[in-house]
Every structure is written in C-alpha cells, then in structure tokens.
Design a protein. Structure first.
Length: 247
C-alpha cells in the first residue's frame, strides 16, 4: 500500500483494518468531527436534511489530506453511505474504496458494560475502530442503572448527562463488537432499566429507535442534528431524574 493517510467511513471489514495497521498507515475516522469549519460548506454536495454524520464525512474530506477513503456501503452502515461514496468519487481524484462489512466474529463489548463516564466509553469505542487488536485488559462489567441505545452522537456533550453505570446498546455496541451488520445485537436492550433510544436526525435508524422506545417499558426516543440543543438535553435530564436514576 502506497498510502500514508486514509479516511474511513463506518467500520470497514476487520481484514482491511488489519492491513492498514500492518503497514502503519494513519487512519482518520471521518464520521467524527475533526475540523472546526462551517457545516454549510457541505451544502454544494449534500442536502441540509442529510444526516449530520455523513455531512461531517464530507466536511472532513474537504479539509484533510488523504490518500484514499474506505467507506462501508453495506448494512453495517446505511444506504446513504453508498450515495455519499458516489458524491466523493466526483469530488476527489483519490480512490474511494467501497467495502461491505459482514464480519460476525465478535470481539466482545466490555466497554459498553463497564463503569465509566459515558463520554469516555464512546471515545474508547470510536477510537477502537482504527485498530484490529482485541483489548488485553478489558474493564469489568457493572450493574446498569440506565441505558443508551443507538449510534454515537455527533455532539458528545449529551453523554455527560448520564451516570457512569450507563450500559450502551444498539449500533454502538455492534461497533465495539466489530460486527456493525449484526442486526440481532443491535436490537437488544434491557427492559429493566430506563433507556434513551437515540439516532441522528434524518438517519434511517430513527425509525428503529422510535419503534424500540415505544416497546420499552421505560424508554425515551430522542434525535438531534448537528448539535444537541438545550431542549434535547433537558429531555434527557428530566427523563433520568423522573426515572430515579442516581448519579
């Protein structure tokens, strides 16, 4: 591989990450905010009603110096990622490499079930996308008092509202397990703990988040766009307080 810096969108197959690690290629997770720039710079390429995560991908790609982009266009990401791949192909001369991650060999989900600040859990899980090595000393599990089901939010500030004993479910748990297309794992939740079911606005997963929140005995459906406003944060705080969650 004659690459120094590559971007990834979603979770490429483990074999690709292993190959990139083997050649010591720097991996940039384009799903995460890396550039302080106006999101409006993406409007010539994607509609404003597109998911903020995919708009962030384009914003990052516009500002980073990359040799290639690997983008998961299979069920482990979303159909919209395939369309973004087409847009990126027309925007740049570098290779835009479409992948489909159907890996089903689980790495485990110890971080999702540990006692740790929820923001720190998400940071560890999203950072883990860049390497193919299973943690040698996973954190111990804790008894959950709250749940967060869904995808990593673009605005991590909402994660500070949850107790350290929050367990993670949904696609983020699949992400830690390195099986992003494992739909059965994504559907899982604990009906005995109050759970926020979250997805980015304009994401297809909002349908599943809302559906599961309605099934859950004590669930809250929530979505947010580029940033989580005061209303979204107030809903989380009120929900957890009324649920008797201790911090």
């Amino acid at each position: 591989m004659n690459y120094n810096n590559v971007g990834i969108v979603g979770i490429p197959p483990l074999a690709i990450i292993q190959e990139l690690n083997r050649h010591n290629i720097t991996i940039h997770d384009l799903d995460t905010p890396m550039i302080k720039a106006d999101m409006e710079l993406t409007t010539p390429y994607l509609p404003r009603v597109y998911c903020a995560i995919l708009r962030t991908v384009v914003l990052n790609a516009l500002h980073l110096t990359l040799d290639a982009i690997y983008i998961d266009v299979g069920p482990g990401k979303c159909d919209c990622a395939l369309h973004v791949a087409t847009v990126l192909e027309d925007m740049f001369s570098m290779p835009i490499l479409k992948t489909i991650n159907d890996d089903m060999t689980g790495f485990g989900t110890p971080v999702s079930q540990s006692r740790m600040g929820l923001l720190q859990k998400f940071e560890r899980i999203t950072e883990g996308v860049k390497n193919a090595i299973k943690p040698s000393e996973p954190p111990p599990a804790c008894i959950p008092t709250a749940g967060f089901w869904g995808v990593p939010p673009r605005d991590f500030s909402i994660l500070d509202l949850f107790p350290d004993t929050t367990h993670i479910y949904g696609w983020t748990r699949c992400m830690e397990n390195k099986t992003p297309a494992d739909h059965e794992l994504e559907l899982g939740y604990d009906p005995d703990i109050p759970t926020v079911f979250y997805a980015q606005s304009f994401c297809a997963k909002t349908a599943l988040a809302r559906h599961l929140a309605l099934k859950h005995p004590h669930g809250l459906y929530l979505d947010s766009d580029v940033t989580a406003g005061g209303s979204a944060k107030a809903k989380i705080q009120a929900f957890l307080e009324l649920s008797g969650v201790n911090f």
